[in-house]
Design a protein around this ligand. Structure first.
Ligand SMILES: Cc1ncc(COP(=O)(O)O)c(C=O)c1O
Length: 510
């Protein structure tokens, strides 16, 4: 395994992945959907239930020792930096994404589909910084205008800049539910702002989320996170009052949502329902194809606003986001990540004009408005990067190209899983590829009793997922927490086939 992370691998699609289905290679154009087919969710849930019903299939202990030895032999530079980091950074990392078993890896280069660490090991990058780098890392089409702006303007002036307008126009042109946009600092901030805006315009307080979704780390939404029906399980340091008006519903259960909306109606109503349109945790629990439309109809019936959290799906699910893909228009849209192509300050609220006008700023303004702000929000650096990233995304049809790469990766994974007789489940929604090997996030937590029952098992399954992540890394693949893989415009067939050989090598260790 020692040479695996750095050695280029032959591209032999015929052995590791089946030929693409007929029609899959038709030319990509502006109308090609980013998600070629929505997964058969009924069948998927049956397979996921099977996965968690049977004993885990982790890496064999002897093989795992070899994986860990690979890190010691090849990643000393990272290890030393990680040890220094532990002295000055809580837990040694500034960001959850950087957790890596057995220790965080320090990257020094990011280029197209690859990351290279400080020790010179090269990895195929399916983490993509958690999603923003849909164009691949550091594309010149974004970097060069950013450099030019820095040369003549620097990152910030505090005053209006042409690129604020250009970026806003571009987003409004593409996203069906966005007539106006307010740029903020992050997805978390934008979710907070959208909820405040919904409460302002509806004059109601309750917000319903779909359990298990991640909407950032604001006080009000660290609730039912990752696992549905876990309520305040992770709300350490958050006063009860902050989540007093947050409620959760199981995904794919419109009847439960209806009951909650009805219950709320007797108590002052619901300001908004917020959801991730692929399903909680970017589709880790995928929604049925018509779930978003059902939620839309229920929001209309009960006068609640519908907020799509498109932090991941804008613009991975297409230039029109998941709202374009599903044909369901939310009242408010939250954006982040791809909005600025990986450059800092990626967050925005979009929506219908009459709603968005309650975000009108102005010192001393006396109109009724939801207060949001941020010194560096909508700075020229963010806006020039976002504008050129989105232009390039549009020009190259990146959502569809990356989606095809996701299809190829998933088909190849399916083939390896079947050939090796493993219980793992792979599926994708375009460029968002899920590979469930431990099924930890699929455990049934729908009641307190079930949650208590699965707690110890969840720990074991989580550890297995970390070990799978480590094995992928030692074989030259960087993933999102060992279970999710974002593909990008830079992922050519050769890159995907190379990755599939590496997955095959990892699964040989089970
Ligand atoms: C769906 C979703 N919403 C909100 C957020 C929070 O965004 P940020 O990390 O920019 O605060 C994330 C981050 O991963 C996300 O995936």
């Amino acid at each position: 395994m020692s040479e695996l992370a750095t050695a280029p691998r032959p591209s032999v699609a015929t052995t590791a992945s089946p030929p693409p289905p007929a029609g899959a290679e038709s030319p990509i154009g502006p109308d090609t959907p980013a998600i070629s087919a929505w997964p058969d969710t009924e069948q998927l849930y049956r397979r996921l239930a099977d996965l968690v019903a049977q004993p885990m299939r982790p890496i064999r202990p002897d093989a795992m020792s070899k994986v860990l030895r690979w890190f010691d032999a090849h990643c000393q530079g990272s290890k030393q930096l990680a040890e220094r980091a532990c002295a000055v950074i809580p837990g040694g990392v500034q960001h959850n994404l950087s957790f890596n078993h057995p220790f965080p890896l320090a990257m020094s280069r990011a280029d197209g589909p690859y990351l290279t660490d400080v020790d010179g090991n090269r990895y195929i990058d399916f983490l993509q910084a958690g999603g923003p780098t849909l164009l691949g890392s550091n594309p010149a089409a974004v970097r060069e205008p950013v450099k030019a702006l820095l040369d003549h303007c620097g990152p910030v002036t505090g005053l209006l800049h042409e690129y604020e307008v250009k970026l806003a126009e571009l987003v409004c042109r593409h996203m069906p539910g966005v007539e106006m946009i307010r740029l903020l600092g992050s997805g978390t901030e934008a979710v907070m702002g959208a909820v405040r805006l919904a409460r302002t315009v509806t004059r109601r307080q309750r917000v319903i989320k779909i359990g298990g979704a991640y909407h950032g780390w604001s006080d009000q939404l660290v609730y039912g996170m990752r696992l549905p029906k876990t309520g305040r399980m992770e709300a350490t340091g958050i006063p009860r009052g902050a989540t007093a008006h947050t409620q959760e519903c199981l995904p794919n259960d419109p009847e439960a949502l209806r009951r909650l909306l009805r219950w709320n109606r007797l108590r002052g109503g619901t300001a908004a329902v917020i959801l991730e349109p692929l399903g909680p945790e970017s589709g880790t629990r995928p929604v049925h194809r018509n779930f978003n439309a059902q939620v839309r109809a229920l929001c209309d019936e009960f006068g609640a606003l519908l907020i799509f959290d498109e932090v991941v799906t804008g613009f991975r699910a297409g230039m029109g986001g998941a709202q374009g893909y599903f044909g369901v228009t939310p009242d408010l849209t939250v954006l982040g990540k791809c909005l600025t192509g990986g450059y800092p300050m990626a967050g925005a609220i979009g929506g219908r004009r009459e709603l968005m006008m309650s975000l009108v700023g102005g010192i001393g303004s006396t109109t009724r408005r939801a207060f949001v702000g941020g010194t560096l929000s909508a700075n020229p650096l963010t806006c020039v990067a976002g504008y050129h990233a989105l232009l390039e995304t549009e020009r190259t049809h990146a959502p569809a190209v990356a989606g095809r790469a996701g299809d190829r990766l998933r088909r190849g994974l399916d083939e390896i899983i079947q050939r090796r007789g493993l219980p793992y489940v792979a599926y994708n929604m375009g460029s968002v590829v899920h590979l469930q090997t431990s099924g930890v996030l699929l455990l049934d937590t729908s009641s307190l009793w079930k949650l208590i029952k699965v707690k110890a098992e969840a720990q074991r399954r989580k550890h297995m997922m970390e070990e799978m992540g480590a094995a992928y890394t030692a074989h030259g693949i960087v993933s999102v927490a060992g279970s999710r893989f974002y593909t990008s415009l830079a992922d050519t067939d050769a890159v995907i086939d190379d990755a599939l050989h590496r997955f095959d090598d990892v699964f040989a260790l089970v």
